[in-house]
Write a protein that binds this ligand. Structure first.
Ligand code: ARG
Length: 298
């Protein structure tokens, strides 16, 4: 296969040049969806304002392919077929939440995205997941608003814009894992994965002002100060928190030198994968992936 990513952005030390198989990461893998039909066709978050029809198709494909190739070096990938007329389907983080053999399919708050639900449900079923039932009147936008902690059994949940405040309790019952709800208050950070990222080793990267005071206090009570990586508004607006952590690598659209230094101090390796075209739709690296992990890998 061709590799047209920029090697200068990679961590050279452990770049193997070989795409990994399922066996290499237990059974953990990432789901992505090619941007064949991606674009900004409607406005359902502040980033999409004034962006209708303004994404560069070729650049979007190059950026997505670059991300795919870099991730493929360290994780097995699955692809779901893109569907014409569903421009946001590239954001597979919103397909649902899968932990072990169970999955919950997203119930979109945004009616523009509801037609995606059937395709994602079909994918989970064909992949062999037991799809749990979910009340249709409770919006829940999947891994966009539910993030697994990397150091303990805990699901961080976001609500306020897209997902319901009722989601954590339901998730707790389905996955038999503690779930805590955090209220999002800044419309730019409408999904939890746009402003919070649990990292290996118990580190937590987040943008404090995206949360109400009570939620900030909850984050502080659950994460020791020395493990909290608070990002600036500028880094947050570059979607730095919308990162995919695999092993020591943290794939992200962009990060300031100071944030990159803090990540390195935490033993992590920031890998920048520019995703300007997807930012116009309000998403970046993490939104473009869904981690699905089988029980034996946890
Ligand atoms: N345009 C999409 C939406 O507003 C972007 C989704 C980004 N996904 C995410 N997990 N943050 O729904």
């Amino acid at each position: 296969m061709t590799r047209n990513f920029n090697p200068a952005l990679m961590d050279v030390a452990d770049r193997s040049g070989t795409e990994v198989t399922n066996a290499a990461r237990g059974d953990a893998r990432l789901l992505m969806c090619a941007p064949d039909h991606f674009g900004v066709d409607y406005v359902i978050n502040p980033w999409m304002e004034n962006q209708i029809g303004r994404t560069h198709v070729t650049l979007a494909k190059e950026q997505w392919e670059n991300l795919r190739q870099q991730i493929a070096l360290v994780s097995p990938l699955d692809l779901i077929a893109p569907v014409a007329g569903l421009p946001d389907m590239v954001f597979t983080a919103n397909a649902g939440l899968a932990i072990g053999e169970k999955a919950v399919v997203t119930r979109f708050h945004a009616k523009e995205r509801r037609p995606e639900e059937a395709f994602f449900r079909d994918w989970f079923e064909r992949a062999g997941f037991a799809v749990a039932s979910w009340p249709q009147d409770v919006p829940f936008e999947g891994a966009g608003d539910a993030l697994l902690d990397r150091a303990r059994d805990l699901i961080w949940c976001g609500h306020g814009w897209r997902s319901s405040e009722k989601a954590p309790k339901l998730l707790e019952r389905i996955f038999e894992t503690r779930a805590v709800g955090l209220r999002l208050v800044d419309p730019r950070f409408y999904h939890l994965d746009t402003c919070l990222c649990p990292l290996p080793g118990g580190w937590l990267m987040y943008y404090p002002n995206a949360f109400d005071e009570q939620s900030r206090a909850l984050i502080a009570s659950l994460t020791p100060k020395e493990k909290r990586i608070e990002v600036s508004e500028e880094d947050a607006a570059s979607f730095a928190c919308n990162a995919v952590a695999i092993g020591r690598r943290v794939f992200m659209n962009d990060a300031s030198e100071s944030l990159r230094a803090r990540l390195r101090c935490a033993g992590l390796v920031p890998v920048l994968t520019p995703l300007s075209e997807f930012l116009k739709a309000g998403g970046a690296a993490k939104c473009l992936t869904l981690e699905v992990r089988r029980p034996q890998a946890r």
